[in-house]
Design a protein around this ligand. Structure first.
Ligand SMILES: [Zn+2]
Length: 100
């Protein structure tokens, strides 16, 4: 068994440390299998930063190790997904209008 290591994870603007022997950042991209510099992509930021600071493992939830190339695609996919429902966009705009 390999030794536990203090590994840094970025969550929004904050860096937290998770102590584990699990390789958080492997050398291979989980999408294209290329060997490259790997980033952790957050599909979702579910928690407030203060909660993540208290329990750093939360910073790894909803993450996936991706190379720079796939990370860029994943970020675009996230935006596509967020804006995918045109009806929601219309009603959201309406609500905003009603609010003012
Ligand atoms: Zn990749």
């Amino acid at each position: 068994m390999t030794k536990n290591k203090k590994q840094s994870v970025k969550y929004k603007q904050t860096t937290v440390y998770v102590i584990t022997n699990y390789p958080i950042r492997p050398k291979i991209c989980s999408a294209c299998s290329r060997e490259s510099k790997i980033d952790l992509h957050h599909w979702k930021y579910e928690w407030e930063t203060k909660e993540v600071k208290k329990n750093p493992i939360l910073a790894l939830k909803n993450t996936q190790p991706l190379c720079m190339h796939c990370h860029r695609i994943a970020n675009a996919m996230k935006l596509v997904d967020e804006n995918s429902d045109i009806v929601q966009q219309i009603t959201k705009k309406k609500e905003e209008k009603w609010e003012t």
